[in-house]
Design a protein. Structure first.
Lengths: 250, 250
């Protein structure tokens, strides 16, 4: 059990990574995960802007893809300026902090931010539980990446003392929600079998079809047991279909 | 009547000024006032980091001293990490935004931030109505200047739509609170007469004595009428004392 992780997906400027780490540490957050940072890692510009945050406890992990970065993450919020017509819970930084706080007993949450110019890719938004959006002026809505991180961290800061108390209580886990990597494997299993069944057609719509499926499934707040059950169902269907085809081929 | 001003007192880095302007504009704030910026103005580094905020409506005024920068300001919050044993209202960014919002009908508020390393000088804190402090980790409490501005702006952003509604209603002013520059002239008047009366002794304690006086007086939420009354009282005392001395000299 721990404070939320901050995930920066494909960040471009080391300065923003460093500034994000600094403000995370200001408000008691220490788990920073980078997915494919443009300029690699370590990054001297990040060190300069961090004001010593890395030495003061902010850990950095670098990942080649989002699923790996989500290992052990139980609840994921995606920072986005555009609400993309995907049916998800939506709220501001305070709502995201509340939701993460409520789940403290159930495992780690993460808040994910996209690249400076392009924001988050659709496939990252699709696997999120929550869309976090800020009440910005519609005529000037592009926040600096580190400022976007700052707004969430400041909200978390308000809950930090309470959160530290909850974390130190080390509550017994109830319900055993499925970690994000198990969900990913479930999705991939499902999609592999759907692909084999010819479900994804036409090919150019495949990414959209997958995103929509994942967006729907992710809302279910899966427990580990339910993931096992669903994967069992996929396997059974796939085998049955295989068998049926064999039968037909006969 | 308008949204709060942001005052940067003796900012050092143009980058921070530009980043502050950007996040102000993100959340609907446009009145930026600089007191003795180290590198003068305009500043190319500020332009780069502003992402066009100056073209999109953020106005910048530069002042040689704080009293000039406070022209027309009715309520002033000072961002500070240290609570200095001065008796003032204290709260976080949400409290400051609430207070500024409540006063929307009564004139403009301002939120003031100090220099990157040193923060606000004591004489600036002394003339503030409110100390704004953030729930930072005590082991890593120094926020980047633009991030400190961001935290307040994000809180203001939550109230922005309501604030714009209030501002556009252009409510009739009740009570006519005294603008900050009138208070400054009142303080100076008072202090000049006190100096003439030999009140400030020993000389090295003069700044502290003035700060304490101002800190006490400022809590009174003066109306313009009250300022006039008080200045009349000072004048009367000064004349009386002058007269008494003339009498004595006779």
């Amino acid at each position: 059990m721990s404070n939320p992780a901050i995930i920066l997906h494909s960040p471009q400027l080391g300065e923003n990574i460093g500034a994000a780490a600094r403000v995370m540490r200001n408000f008691g957050l220490t788990d920073l995960r980078l997915v494919t940072p443009r300029d690699g890692w370590p990054n001297p510009a990040a060190d300069t802007m961090s004001a010593g945050a890395f030495e003061a406890g902010v850990t950095v992990q670098v990942f080649e893809n989002l699923p790996d970065a989500l290992e052990g993450i139980m609840w994921l919020a995606a920072a986005t300026a555009r609400l993309r017509g995907i049916e998800k819970r939506v709220g501001d930084a305070a709502d995201a902090a509340d939701a993460a706080f409520e789940r403290l007993g159930a495992g780690q949450s993460a808040i994910m931010f996209g690249a400076e110019k392009s924001g988050l890719p659709n496939d990252a938004v699709a696997v999120s539980d929550f869309l976090m959006t800020y009440p910005v002026d519609p005529d000037f809505k592009s926040l600096n990446l580190a400022q976007a991180v700052c707004v969430f961290c400041a909200e978390w800061g308000k809950r930090r003392e309470d959160a530290d108390r909850v974390i130190s209580q080390d509550k017994a886990k109830l319900g055993e929600p499925a970690p994000r990597d198990e969900l990913y494997r479930m999705f991939e299993h499902f999609e592999d079998e759907l692909a084999r069944a010819g479900y994804f057609f036409p090919p150019e719509k495949t990414p959209l079809m997958k995103d929509n499926l994942r967006a729907a499934l992710i809302r279910a707040d899966w427990t580990r047991q339910e993931v096992q059950t669903f994967r069992g169902a996929i396997k059974a269907l796939a085998l049955g279909r295989g068998k049926a085809r064999v039968d037909r081929d006969d």
